[in-house]
Design a binder for this molecule. Structure first.
Ligand code: NZQ
Ligand code: ZN
Length: 393
């Protein structure tokens, strides 16, 4: 196991009806003038926003509102949010929504405390030293942004999607009420489940040896997702299954299952170009990319893939031919994604094989290699996109 620090200071406030307490937590973490940030309307329609405002009112906390965050959140709204916070003396940002809203809130939070252009953090020009505190009321189990130190924003000009990260932007608190996710359409539920599984796989496929504890934690999250996702697709109001998925989503991406081991993140990198170019859901893009990446790299460590196949998907381990077990596991993963309604190739995603040179160009690998479980050249990335374009069951 490698040396590590693990710092995850978010207070998680979990359970039915807990969103009515968000005012108390804003106060606890020093907020007195809040920006309530939300998305395209689901939080208004469900009545959640009304509850959040009532909770702030009960604490005597004043607020401004900024809605309209779109999936794959844009830089343009972030600039608007930064201006609003500065002009109104906002000292706390409350994100009410999913990963897109939370990431936009984090971007505003860091931008307000920075003299330059906030995009500097996303193109590697500057490090995040300071940010306004962010709180979260989560409405979809997916991105894990409620516990992560990351934010992913799309620059509208050129549709360039990039991430920035720092412990300074980890939310101070996150309210996780599984009931709030019952209104999700099945497609969004499945996109979220795929993202959760991808966050674990990106950590599971490691070159670090002897990491039994984190292997087993990863497998626990994956097995939970394989069991619970079909239950909520069938019955969207299944609270217990929603609850298991919600906590799985947080655990998958707050860092705990990946400590002390090298990680990958190339599937995410390749996917971000898809959702950047086509504006598709991140989870749907991952459903197309992740099994294709697996097919491309599994020979690097056949036993690790065979272990995943056996422990997560219950495939028989063929000790005389572990490659067949590994291949079966990848096949079962793709079949699982298809069974929950996810696309499995470019056509189903709305992508075109003709765009592969553009996707690879935007990745910016050049003559170098992308670091990971297997280092990838530009041609390797093109080949993974080709596998994804032509994938079938
Ligand atoms: O905008 P509204 O109306 O709220 O609708 C949203 C949106 O259309 C809807 N939705 C959310 N909660 C709902 C609901 N509809 C009905 N009932 C509810 N309870 O779902 C749609 C998707 O929302 P979004 O926030 O985009 O989903 P998600 O949480 O999957 O976030 C995706 C974004 O997170 C980034 C992705 O790249 C993508 O931009 N990621 C962020 C990460 C991080 N910060 O750590 C890591 C991830 O790997 C990921 O890259
Ligand atoms: Zn993700």
């Amino acid at each position: 196991m490698d040396n590590f620090n693990f710092y995850s200071p978010t207070e998680f406030v979990f359970g039915r009806g807990r969103e009515t307490e968000c005012g108390r937590y804003v106060r606890k973490f020093g907020g007195s003038k809040v920006l309530i940030h939300y998305g395209g309307g689901s939080a208004v329609k469900s009545g959640l926003l009304t509850k959040v405002k009532a909770s702030l009112d009960a604490e005597g906390i004043s607020y401004e509102e900024l809605g309209g965050v779109q999936p794959n959140p844009r830089d343009t709204l972030v600039y608007k949010g930064i201006d609003l916070c500065r002009s109104r003396g906002i000292d706390f940002i409350l994100a009410v929504g999913g990963g897109s809203v939370i990431d936009s809130a984090k971007a505003i939070a860091m931008g307000v405390c920075y003299d330059g252009d906030f995009w500097d953090f996303y193109c590697g020009k500057s490090r995040i030293e300071k940010a306004l505190p962010v709180g979260v009321v989560l409405t979809i189990a997916a991105a894990g942004s409620e516990g992560s130190g990351n934010s992913v924003i799309t620059k509208e000009e050129g549709m360039i999607k990039r991430g920035a990260g720092s412990d300074n932007i980890r939310p101070r608190f996150s309210v996780l009420d599984p009931e709030l996710t019952c209104t999700l359409p099945a497609y969004q539920t499945a996109c979220g489940a795929t993202d959760i599984m991808a966050h674990v796989f990106e950590r599971y496929f490691t070159n670090t040896k002897e990491v039994e504890i984190t292997d087993r934690l990863c497998e626990a999250v994956l097995i939970t997702m394989v069991r619970e996702t079909p239950r909520v697709i069938k019955d969207p109001n299944n609270y217990e299954a929603r609850a298991n998925i919600m906590w799985a989503g947080t655990v998958a991406h707050n860092g705990i299952v990946g400590v002390g081991r090298s990680q990958d993140w190339n599937s995410h990198g390749l996917e971000h170009e898809l959702s950047g170019l086509y504006d598709c859901a991140h989870g749907a893009g991952l459903a197309v990319i992740m099994p294709s990446w697996m097919e491309f790299v599994y020979k690097h460590d056949v036993m690790r893939f065979a272990q995943m196949a056996e422990r997560v998907f219950g495939c028989a381990m063929h000790y005389d031919d572990p490659e067949s077990t590994a291949v079966e596991g990848i096949k079962r993963f793709r079949e699982f994604l298809h069974s929950i309604g996810m696309p499995i190739n470019f056509a189903e995603l709305g992508a075109s094989e003709e765009d592969i040179p553009v996707l690879v160009e935007k990745l910016g690998v050049g003559d170098g290699k992308r670091w990971g479980f297997v280092q990838l050249s530009a041609e390797d990335c093109a080949e993974i996109y080709r596998i994804a374009a032509r994938a079938s069951l």
